[in-house]
Design a protein around this ligand. Sequence first.
Ligand code: HEM
Length: 505
Amino acid sequence: MLQFYIIYVILFISSACFLIKWFFSSSSSHKILPPSPPKLPIFGNIHQLGMHPHLSLHSLAQRHGPLMLLHFGRVPVLIISCANAARKITKTYDLIFSNRPKSMIKYKLFYDGKDVAFAPYGEYWRKIRSLCVLQLLSNFRVQSFKTVREEEISLFMKKIESYASLTIPVNLSEMFSLFTNDVVCRAAFGRKYSEGEGGRKFKELFGELGQLLGGFYIGDFIPWLRWVNYFSGIDAKANKVAKEFDEFLDKVVEEHLHGQEREIKNHGSQEGKDFVDVLLEVQKDNKDDFSFDIVTIKALILDVFAGGTDTTYTLMEWAMAELLRHPRVMKELQNEVRRIANGKQNVKEEDLDKMHYLKAVLKETLRLHPPLPLSVPRESTQDVKIMGYNISAGTTVITNVWAIGRDPTSWDKPHDFSPERFLNNSIDFKGHDFQLIPFGAGRRGCPGTLFAMATNEIVLANLVHRFDWSLPVGTKPEDLDMTECTGITAHRMIPLRVVATPTFQ
Ligand code: HEM
């Protein structure tokens, strides 16, 4: 009882101090600030986020404009909802907006920001980012996992065939998730962790990590409410997940350090090396005077999992869902893929370059269903003026990628699923066309784009080549539920269940 009494008194005093400070600071400012919706004292606009923040922020932006200033607690948060403003943040003033805001829970999970995604902008981040870009996720490295992708696709197709022979609908969402996990595990660790008791635990742990990453932590925005994380059990959960991942990664690194046999097998060739092999080798060589320890290796591997699995399989889910809702597009895609495969049972990666419609289908899916509808937040490190508005140092910036993808000033009939819009132009998702930035752009843009798209393209091509697809009896294409679930990655709320008919018997 006494404990609660003390908490109430602290809350009351802190609120009073906050209100006084807030009143004086807002009346003394002469800056031109972006439009803001009305806010509550202390909490600011937090209450307006809702279960699907990208949707709530989109409707707020329609009233207040594509550059809108909110407050989450005491933190100013700039919401970007148009291509032009996104260009300013990730190109014109990219350097100023290359920091990431600090988050207590993310720091707990990611080794105090020793990973790439949450590290503050600076020398350390530059070094590990270049490790990631040049060593782990380069074109060369992505190509080196071609056999991994081919083997996993072959297993995936066999599983679907076994369902098809029983005429049972396939839970494609679940299968995409398992497939992506297996591919990323093999690329990162050289082996899978999806089978048996260990596999179940790994999946569970991974689910908990995803939940924690998708949470909203009031203490990040109102520091004196940090105790909420403690009392709600979030701190304890984050500590547990961080500890279990750390133990798991320790074991993986240990296995690699003592994996003499594997080294002999590889004969020093780059083929067949997984991410842990590569990182241990770079650490040993210490070529460019950047020494890093095992903690950095574990943090980088964790990033690959957190950034690379859920996002990749979400794109597969939505692409198939849209194809099922649009039989004309499915037919067009099957015609292209089957013509280029030219009677072969499997589509090969070499065939993909010629599949322009396939690429257009994936771009259109990324436009309408960006796996991260709100990009990973950035933070400004200097005062700057953007589109006539003053933005202070220390402002968090959130880009509403979902809203940009549906902005009628950038896209004709923005709500239609029409891959044709990408056929006669060079618009791409690589971070130069700001109306399509599902992978972000600029210095902190996603380094895993090649890895993700290599996987997505080959999976989709084989799925539509090897099978004809239909919805379970009684579901019409236009009735397919397209609701998104909550969380950082916008999965389908209802798993995608479909019937597959093999085209090769
Ligand atoms: C469809 C799949 C993916 C999507 C939609 C996606 C999207 C994104 C976005 C929006 C960002 C933030 C960009 C910014 O701040 O401008 C990001 C960052 C990042 N992504 Fe991805 N990503 C995907 C796949 C991957 C994969 C496969 C990996 C690794 C194997 C990966 C690793 C990372 C990392 C490490 C960062 C942080 C970069 C930094 O802060 O410097 N992502 N991703």
